[in-house]
Design a protein around this ligand. Structure first.
Ligand code: MG
Length: 173
């Protein structure tokens, strides 16, 4: 069994992952409407990854005999003034998620729940990757500035991104 404290914290994390999914879907819809279909594709895949993160926590909670409680998902923004603004929001959001994962990790240690702590290792590494990717796209968009051709080329590149099921979920399926 899992302690009520850890169960509540994981349920809060499930909600945060779904909120992330909702945020990136909103970004995808915005850039689709703006004609940046490659950037839209990138965010739609990000949406799927965040849903997968929520599912990993759901499966884990169930495997420990816990109860999943799906709460309301708060509103997300619907417009961004530029791709740079959206990736700046993405990085800021991922830094918040990293802090949430770190808090969960600290709670698991405090509660001597080493199974949960171990499960979180994948998320700790995943957050490094999320932040690095957002930072790299911010750097590139700053270099691009208002060069339309360069932005078009980046959009074409981001159109190539494909969804890969995250390994903890693939292992379960
Ligand atoms: Mg996530």
């Amino acid at each position: 069994m899992i302690s009520p404290k850890i169960q509540d914290a994981i349920n809060a994390q499930i909600n945060a992952e779904f909120w992330s999914a909702y945020l990136y879907l909103s970004m995808g819809m915005h850039f689709e409407a703006e004609g940046h279909t490659g950037i839209a594709n990138w965010f739609r895949i990000q949406f799927k990854e965040e849903q997968a993160h929520a599912e990993i926590f759901i499966n884990y909670l169930l495997s420990r005999g816990g109860r999943v409680e799906l709460k309301a998902i708060a509103d997300v923004p619907t417009t961004w003034e530029s791709p740079l603004a959206a990736y700046t929001d993405t990085l800021a959001h991922e830094e918040k998620v990293t802090a949430l994962i770190n808090n969960l990790y600290a709670l698991a240690e405090a509660e001597h729940d080493y199974a949960t702590r171990g499960k979180l290792d994948w998320f700790v590494a995943e957050q490094v990757e999320e932040e690095e990717t957002a930072k790299s796209l911010i750097d590139r968009l700053k270099l691009i500035g208002d060069n339309g051709l360069a932005l078009y080329m980046l959009d074409q590149e981001l159109a190539q991104r494909v969804y890969n099921v995250p390994s903890p979920l693939a292992a379960k399926a």
